[in-house]
Design a protein around this ligand. Sequence first.
Ligand code: APR
Length: 249
Amino acid sequence: MWPSVIEEAAKRIQASSWAVALTGAGISVESGIPDFRSPGGLWSKYDPMEYGDIRSFRANPGKVWRMLIDMEHMLIDAAPNAAHYALATLEREGFLKGVITQNVDSLHQRAGSRHVVEFHGHGRSARCDWCGREVPREALKVQDVPPRCVCGGPMRPNFVFFGEDIPRAAYLQAMHMMERCDVLLVVGTSATVAPASHLPLMAKDRGAFVIEVNPNVTDLTSIHTNLHVPMPAGQALPAMVSALGLSLE
Ligand code: APR
């Protein structure tokens, strides 16, 4: 027997014709990567305006790179957890059209998800902030920060800083998915950072049923969420997969 919220979520997913997931840092917590805003998260150690904003990067790229290296150390040994595999299984079995993620850790792809929209970019490559030249992240030496391009410009990760636009292709794909989806599974996000935080509102306005998987309540829970599953993603999502009669990827 599953908790009734799991049964209900599984029923909604089964009955859906276009289900989509929106994920945030919480889905990777059980992979050992702290989220941003929980106690002990990255933003309790670093002031986001001082380290996460593009203006801060441009004013002092070396200082921001020291934070980025700290962040990368958290990601380096991380592997997908049961929640990532559960979403990959739902997609493989035809229950999920894709995942929009705010995460830059590539764990969805490593778990086998195929249609992943990286709303905030990714950490697999870096580019020059002046001329745009791209290099794979592993080709970048960071003994001296900031690492520099041959043109002299500071290299930057290929993810989005505060104050920057969402990559255009990712934005358009996410809009399309919000227009079409009839179930939105919101997993592990505080839904505090726009425009990602607007996606559940858009889906809801267009009639989608919003299932929120988060051990805590968020700004979405009482207003926009139709069904709150107050459990860690690594328990809740595999339970939904089992309740659908499937086994994990
Ligand atoms: N399972 C599900 N949810 C969890 C778990 C878990 N095991 N552990 C924590 N959470 C929830 C927390 O309760 C919180 O609501 O995950 C959420 C994480 O919220 P944030 O730390 O704010 O992360 P996120 O929503 O992804 O942040 C959005 O902010 O700084 C930027 O660019 C960064 O993409 C990031 C964006």
